[in-house]
Design a protein around this ligand. Sequence first.
Ligand code: PAF
Length: 278
Amino acid sequence: MRVVRDAASLKAAVAAWHAAGERVALVPTMGYLHEGHLALVARGRELAQRVVATIFVNPTQFAPHEDLGRYPRDEAGDIAKLEAAGCDLLFAPSVEVMYPPGFATRISMGGPAEGLEGTHRPQMFGGVALVCSRLFGLSGADVAVFGEKDWQQVMVVRRVAADLALPIEIVTVPTVRAADGLALSSRNAYLDAEARAKAVAMYQALSHVAERLKAGATAAEACGEAEARLGEAGFRQVDYVALRSEDGFEEMSGLAKPGRVLGAAWLGQVRLIDNLPV
Ligand code: PAF
């Protein structure tokens, strides 16, 4: 696997593959890779002859008080995992390569960026839309693969790609979970043993919502019960448990059509998010 850090080398590699008639899949990440990321690489290999992974801890999606400075990093370990997964190229740029001097574009997202994560992390989706658009443009990839663990992010990326007519297909991969159901996340590295044991309550609470909705409960009833369960399990603050439609990401009062139940809550200083299709 080649590791490149500048835009010209990335473009040249993808152009050579395209000239040979090969399709290219992009897997954007912030590194500290786990099985969930490797499932994205595996899906990329099914969709294209070549897979480009990116590792960039994107400062524009972090608010000043958030964990940019302490976000877990292990580039050597990530390279070994990507090589073993059959990735062809890693693009691991510096901040100066991604946002060179004079870079002045910002993206303000409405639609699926509103509410839930958009309320609790107002910085995030403009930054995600910006970095993904730039990665799509720099790479010229044909298809980009994202994990469903960040479902609202997927909705935002699909929206920005459609709105800006970016010539790339967006494909998603279901969330990879630990044996007890906890969604894999790089931020799980922040959990100590006690918090890790409690963390599974998020998956259990969302599963409870899914079951109650299928049995005819309203979203208010089912999500309220889940919030109470999270509190009882030791989460100190629940940011939201909510039901949104799967197609348009609209609020739903009950299970009128396929949806996603989404949750975010704090275990000590660690914020966990997860979602389930329902
Ligand atoms: O999900 C992530 O890891 C990041 O938000 C992404 C999509 C790589 C953009 O920085």
